[in-house]
Ligand binder design. Structure first.
Ligand code: SF4
Length: 115
């Protein structure tokens, strides 16, 4: 039988990977092989720790909760086009130096651009 912390971690991993669509708690309990009582305790603990939030949802005629992660896993997509990654001055650039991110026009333009 898995330890409570293992179940909690597995539940959190699944909720995190559910992203913005979340996951019904009954589907989650099925995936981690937990009873609804165990599962409810886990979701309340995760919510109390500030890791997830729950929203009531009517599913197949019964009220349940959909569980959502409070934070999304960090994605590299947002920095893929950062000019520093391909900058020929990268090795000479640093805070306090002649070349610095503090006053680089290319970097400022990239930070301020809207997608
Ligand atoms: S801050 Fe500017 S100069 Fe420095 S590495 Fe980034 S793009 Fe290059």
């Amino acid at each position: 039988m898995p330890k409570q912390n293992d179940l909690e971690q597995r539940a959190l991993d699944i909720i995190m990977s559910s992203g913005e669509k979340g996951i019904l708690q009954s589907d989650l309990w099925r995936e981690i092989n937990a009873s609804s009582r165990e599962g409810s305790r886990i979701s309340i603990r995760l919510e109390n720790k500030g890791l997830i939030y729950r929203e009531p949802e009517l599913s197949r005629g019964r009220w349940t909760y959909r569980l959502y992660p409070k934070r999304q896993p960090v994605s590299m997509d947002s920095i893929l086009d950062c000019p520093c990654l391909s900058c020929e001055e990268n090795l000479r650039c640093g805070a306090g130096g002649k070349l610095s991110p503090n006053d680089c026009d290319r970097l400022i333009e990239w930070v301020l651009k809207e997608d």
